[in-house]
Design a protein around this ligand. Structure first.
Ligand SMILES: [Zn+2]
Length: 134
């Protein structure tokens, strides 16, 4: 992947993870990745419309998954797609917890472990400093 394409993906996302909205410029954010919304394994390609800017934790937990099991209904649900859907429609922030507002939001927050203890602690700190916003 070219540095130009990587830069385009980053700029479109405003430098924030398109799943958990972690800003990439803060301390402890760790490396960010260009993530395939539809993984190569499922014929996803390196086109802008299939790429998202993701923190290493979201990227790692998402892996090649396209769906997950909704913790509330036990139904198989397609994951949130940052290219086709709006974050605000699927997630909300409650304190420092990212809560799913839809089945896709719930399953994505759960699968990507957005509310793992350390991540909530970091988010809470960033919210306090005005560095994280939904
Ligand atoms: Zn993330």
């Amino acid at each position: 992947m070219s540095p130009e394409l990587r830069q385009q993906v980053r700029e479109r996302a405003g430098g924030r993870c398109e799943y958990c909205r972690l800003p990439d410029w803060v301390e402890l954010a760790g490396p960010f990745h260009v993530e395939h919304v539809v993984a190569r394994q499922h014929r996803g390609t390196d086109v802008l419309s299939n790429l998202a800017w993701a923190c290493s934790r979201c990227n790692r937990h998402k892996g090649t998954n396209l769906s997950g099991v909704d913790p509330d209904s036990d139904e198989v649900v397609t994951l949130f797609n940052p290219r086709r859907e709006r974050w605000e429609e699927h997630f909300e922030i409650v304190g420092a917890i990212i809560r799913g507002r839809s089945p896709a939001g719930r399953v994505t927050a759960w699968l990507l472990q957005m509310n793992a203890e350390r991540r909530v602690e970091l988010r809470s700190e960033l919210i306090g400093q005005g560095l994280w916003q939904a």
